[in-house]
Design a binder for this molecule. Structure first.
Ligand SMILES: [Zn+2]
Length: 132
């Protein structure tokens, strides 16, 4: 068998500008949830986030933020979403996992500092994350 096994260690990095955008948008929306599409690149399991898009027709409240995926244009630079949890933890909820979009789900919890953001895959497992 000639399978070349590549062990991708999935990780996420967020540019400083994108991180600052996530922080300010979450603060503006507080105490409601904020949701944004994250743009960037993915190579060999390394997801690089360097831009944000406000999703069309987004709706949000204190416990759920979402948008209809069918309205999204097909865009390879959309690598996932980020949303805020104004209360509680940065763990993904069942609703979050059911609405998973792209490669990564970033969740930032109150009070929205660098150390309050976490990255998750579609199974709800944590992914290593760095900023800058
Ligand atoms: Zn959530």
């Amino acid at each position: 068998m000639l399978f070349k096994k590549r062990n991708f260690r999935r990780r996420v990095s967020i540019s400083r500008e994108a991180m600052d955008g996530i922080i300010s948008y979450s603060k503006i929306r507080h105490p409601n949830e904020a949701i944004l599409i994250v743009k960037g690149k993915s190579r060999d399991g390394h997801i690089m986030v360097d831009g944000l898009v406000i999703p069309p027709f987004s709706h949000s409240g204190p416990t759920f933020a979402g948008f209809p995926h069918s309205f999204l244009p097909f865009d390879m630079s959309y690598v996932g979403t980020v949303h805020s949890h104004p209360g509680g933890t940065a763990e993904p909820s069942v609703t979050d996992l059911n609405n998973f979009f792209g490669l990564v789900s970033l969740i930032i919890k109150w009070p929205y500092r660098d150390q309050d953001i976490f990255a998750w895959n579609s199974k709800g497992d944590g992914i290593e994350l760095s900023i800058g």
